[in-house]
Ligand binder design. Structure first.
Ligand code: ATP
Length: 340
């Protein structure tokens, strides 16, 4: 049997949504979605280590965060256009929540955990960076703590269930690849996508709060009755993900896909950050096949025909003093990278 690890490193991908259809909120306040996720090769890394000294001092978890060296996010942090301090270092950090959820589900006492998060995904960008941290932490802590306690780690289904309790995007970050998400996005159906698609992501200096974007969607779907009282419209079901999109994805046909990308949160995101609209048009003028806002934004994504086209578009944006990254997907979901 392999020796008990004291440190496990796991990674999880960022995502974009090629389709994001939104319905009116249900009684519990959640908007039902029909979305098509694609995981991309921009990965967050979480290292979990057992530190008995922490437990002796009564500290359950200590979390530290850094920007991945050499990443675009690290450049944004070093020039002051992004702040690492936007990442909470307390119990609200999704990686901490994930670690606690694992120990509770395994029914083992917290052994004293160090979590170190290496971020490559800009914060509050609509690429699910926090959810990727949660997924990577679920995988790392599951392996570490189960081995430490001498019990079997949880299986993927169990982690998917825990992930759904942490955030709508977390199960997809565990699964990776390409998948339709229903409900709040946690009911997943993997879809075929053998070949890589190429994208350029243009993160913004300013984040957008996901709840604020949904509030804007609500405001756009509010009806005013005769007595001038406003009420949100109810009963709007999200349109299903069209079969033509899935066919284009399965065929890795970027031209067919480009015509069918749609995000219902793009309008609300542009209302909150109007400059996004000019950027979307500009990317297409520079040769992208399509541009859209990623999730709840404000990162803008462009679909291009090849890796070379992605590199060229990145250079065009960099010449204009913007941050831009060439990424490809689909890629695998959260996975263990190393154990020591
Ligand atoms: P989503 O599209 O899933 O809402 P996002 O990519 O727009 O997410 P995140 O980077 O996940 O945004 O961050 C959203 C907020 O979550 C942050 O402003 C921060 O307060 C909080 N947060 C909690 N844990 C983390 C984490 N590990 N990394 C980044 N932000 C986190």
């Amino acid at each position: 049997m392999s020796p008990t690890p004291t440190r496990v490193r796991a990674s999880a991908p960022a995502k974009t949504n090629l389709v994001l259809h939104v319905g009116s909120p249900t009684l519990d306040g959640y908007h039902p979605l029909e979305t098509l996720f694609v995981a991309v090769d921009l990965r967050e890394t979480v290292t979990a280590a057992v530190n008995p000294a922490l437990a002796r001092r009564g500290v359950g978890i200590r979390i530290t965060v850094e920007a991945e060296r050499g990443s675009e996010y690290a450049r944004m942090v070093s020039e002051g256009t992004a702040r690492l301090s936007d990442v909470p270092l307390d119990g609200t950090n999704l990686a901490v929540k994930a670690a606690l959820a694992v120990c509770e589900a395994l029914d083992v006492p917290m052994p004293g955990l160090e979590l170190h998060v290496r971020k490559a995904v800009p914060v509050a960008g609509g690429m699910g960076g926090g959810s990727a941290d949660a997924a990577a932490a679920l995988v790392a802590v599951n392996h570490l703590v189960a081995r430490h306690a001498g019990i079997a780690p949880m299986d993927t289904d169990e982690l998917l269930r825990l992930g759904a309790g942490l955030g709508a995007d977390v199960p997809f970050m565990l699964l990776g690849g390409a998948a339709i998400g229903r409900g709040t996005g946690t009911e997943l159906e993997s879809v075929a996508a053998e070949e890589q698609l190429h994208f350029v992501f243009v993160p913004q200096d300013q984040g957008l709060s996901t709840p604020a974007v949904y509030r804007q969607w609500d405001a756009n779907h509010t009806v005013t009755n005769a007595s001038t009282r406003s009420a949100p419209r109810t009963g709007i079901a999200p349109d299903p993900v069209p079969t033509a999109v899935l066919t284009a994805l399965a065929d890795a046909d970027p031209d067919a896909l480009a015509a069918r990308i749609r995000n219902d949160l793009q309008g609300p995101a542009i209302q909150l950050l109007p400059e996004l609209e000019g950027l979307l048009n500009h990317g297409v003028e520079l040769g992208a096949l399509a541009g859209w806002v990623s999730g709840s934004g404000p990162t803008v994504c462009f679909l291009v025909r090849s890796r070379d086209a992605a590199r060229r578009l990145v250079l065009d944006f960099v010449r204009e003093h913007r941050h831009a990254l060439a990424v490809a997907g689909p890629v695998p979901g959260a996975r263990v990278e190393s154990r020591e």
